[in-house]
Every structure is written in structure tokens, then in C-alpha cells.
Design a protein around this ligand. Structure first.
Ligand SMILES: NC(=O)c1ccc[n+]([C@@H]2O[C@H](COP(=O)([O-])OP(=O)(O)OC[C@H]3O[C@@H](n4cnc5c(N)ncnc54)[C@H](OP(=O)(O)O)[C@@H]3O)[C@@H](O)[C@H]2O)c1
Length: 292
């Protein structure tokens, strides 16, 4: 643990997309600082390897693996059930799982894959875990951090076709999902202001993680072009770790905002309050079957 970092003993931190890249790095940090660390992976073997790596790195055995596929709401719903049964108090939720898809596919539940994997799955998890976050917020600040991206500036949302049934492009679908992450943080803050819950989003930089090898040719080419400018995974995870675990005074200022390198940063002009509210209402309708 770095001298300036707070001890997280007695706290419970949850990181999605934690078997790789930025999420794995953040989970190692939280566990090293004493947090009970819940990690989510869609694959049992990759998840168990990550759990072992985190325990080895942190010498903290309180690291628990959950399996869920964020492209399927029923899987996310089951995940929320298991977490709430075992960990009714959660101090930080890091909605970090995400990626891009070369071609448009629709899940068995009828959603475009990037939309549900990067936005709606995390949205449902957040809604379901609100009671656990509120429980933590009774004795301090609970935080929800969304891993967004500079890519959110790609293009505005088209509410008539959020699933991009026409003119699907890898980067358009990805960029819009990252805009949704930013807007969700903003609207969540508005709706949770009374509960001592601080929401935020951030861009990690162009980071040297496996993400560039997973999204098909466009992601691969972009990965090659950006390679000379990429930062390390440690640097990429820094703002996430800071937003999820810095001193109360610092993080209260996060208040629904978007950060780059620990600083509030400019957002796309179309990342408006109106878009945030509209997306929220639309998302609530879509996940309604899972909310009691
Ligand atoms: N790297 C960058 O330059 C960069 C820049 C801006 C934003 N980001 C964002 O940073 C976050 C972390 O990405 P990373 O760069 O660390 O890449 P990464 O190493 O590929 O990590 C992404 C994580 O998300 C998981 N994931 C993806 N889709 C999922 C699904 N449907 N269900 C469950 N888990 C899923 C991945 O699981 P698998 O290992 O099974 O694929 C992996 O654990 C993402 O949200 C990404 O959009 C990254």
C-alpha cells in the first residue's frame, strides 16, 4: 500500500471485468489495501487465475470470484442475487467490464451486444446493488465508478435506434456505449444525492491492455496506430482507483462528473442532462422485469 492511500480494511469493493487489464489492476490495489474484494469475470478459468493473482499480489485471502456475462440480463440478475446474499454492504462498485464487437449481433434476450454488455448489464447491476450501496453509505461514502472513454465523443445517441440496427459500426457502437456510461454516472448522482453515494466516470487513456485484440479488425488496427501513445495498465487504472477509494473530501467533488488523469475533463456537447435523463428512463424500462 502506498503511504498516501487509505486502508480499506472492513470495506467491500466490487470490480467487474476484473480478470484482465484495468479491472484486474484496480482489484489488486483494493485487495492490497485490505478490502474484501469481489471480482466478476465471464469465464471461470480466467476468473480463478485472476483471483489467485490478486491473492498472491495482496496477501489478502478475502477475494471472491463471481461469474457473469454482462451481455445477458438474466446472468447479471443472478450475479446480483448472489452478491446481495453474501455481501449486503458494498462500499464501491466499479462498473468496468466492456469491449467492442466487430459485427452487430443480437443476444438471445433481444439486445444489441455492445449496448447490453457495456451499458445495460452494468446499469442493471447498479440498480440491483443500490440497497448494498445505501447500507455502506450509512457510515460513510459509497462510490460507483463507470469506466467510460474519450470515445464517448464519437457521436450522440439516437434514441430511436440505440441498438444500431441500421449502419452498425464497431466504433460507433462502442463510443455510444461509453457515452451511456458517462450519462449514467451523471444521472445516478442526481438520483442518489441524498444517499451519500458518489458516482463518477472516467477515461483511462489509451491503455496497453488485451482489449485491442478482442474487438475484431477495427480494434486491432486502432491498437496498432495508438500503440506508441499507450500508457501502462498501472497508469490506466490510476483514476479508477482514485475515484473509488480516495479520501472523502476529494471524492465528494466527483459528484457525477467525468475525469481524465484525476482531473475533471471536458465532455461531448451532446452529453447533456436531457440525454442522461432520457437514457435513464429508457434503461429502467428495459430492466424493469428484474426490479421488484
Ligand atoms: N484499454 C483502453 O485503452 C481503454 C480506453 C478507454 C476505455 N477502456 C475501458 O476500460 C474497461 C476495461 O478494459 P481494458 O482495457 O482493461 O480491457 P480488457 O483487459 O479486455 O478488460 C475488459 C474486461 O471486461 C470483461 N468483459 C467484456 N465483455 C464482457 C461481458 N459481456 N461480460 C463479462 N465481462 C466482460 C473482459 O472479460 P474477458 O477477459 O473475458 O474478455 C475483461 O475482464 C472497458 O470498459 C473499456 O471499454 C479501455
Amino acid at each position: 500500500m502506498n503511504k498516501r492511500e487509505q486502508d480499506l480494511s472492513g470495506k467491500t469493493y466490487l470490480v467487474t471485468g476484473a480478470n484482465s487489464g484495468i479491472g484486474l489492476e484496480a482489484a489488486k490495489n483494493f485487495a492490497s489495501r485490505g478490502a474484501t474484494t469481489l471480482i466478476v469475470s465471464r469465464d471461470k478459468t480466467r476468473g480463478e487465475d485472476a483471483r489467485q493473482a490478486i491473492i498472491e499480489h495482496s496477501a489478502n485471502a478475502q477475494v471472491y470470484l463471481y461469474i457473469a456475462d454482462f451481455s445477458l440480463l438474466r446472468s447479471v440478475n443472478k450475479l446480483a442475487d448472489s452478491i446481495l446474499a453474501q455481501h449486503p454492504t458494498i462500499h464501491a462498485l466499479c462498473n468496468n467490464a466492456g469491449g467492442s464487437n466487430a459485427v452487430r449481433t443480437v443476444t438471445s434476450e433481444g439486445f444489441e451486444t455492445t449496448f447490453v454488455s457495456n451499458h445495460l448489464g452494468g446499469f442493471l447491476l447498479t440498480m440491483r446493488l443500490l440497497p448494498a450501496l445505501r447500507s455502506a453509505a450509512q457510515s460513510g461514502i459509497a462510490r460507483v465508478v463507470f469506466t467510460s472513454s474519450y470515445g464517448h465523443k464519437h457521436s450522440p445517441l439516437n434514441f430511436d435506434d440505440l441498438g444500431l440496427s441500421k449502419n452498425y459500426k464497431t466504433l460507433k457502437a462502442y463510443g455510444r456505449s461509453k457515452l451511456m456510461n458517462l450519462l449514467t454516472a451523471r444521472e445516478l448522482q442526481k438520483r442518489c444525492d441524498d444517499y451519500n453515494i458518489v458516482a463518477s466516470s472516467f477515461h483511462p487513456g489509451a491503455v496497453r491492455t488485451p482489449i485491442w485484440t478482442k474487438g475484431g479488425p477495427v480494434a486491432r488496427i486502432l491498437g496498432i496506430v495508438l500503440k506508441p501513445f499507450m500508457v501502462s495498465i498501472e497508469q490506466g487504472a490510476d483514476t479508477l482507483i482514485w475515484l473509488a477509494s480516495s479520501d472523502a473530501d476529494e471524492s465528494v467533488g466527483a459528484n457525477g462528473h467525468y475525469f481524465v488523469k484525476r482531473q475533471r475533463a471536458a465532455i461531448a456537447p451532446f452529453a447533456s442532462d436531457e440525454a442522461a435523463e432520457k437514457l435513464w428512463n429508457h434503461s429502467i424500462d428495459l430492466v424493469a422485469p428484474y426490479l421488484s
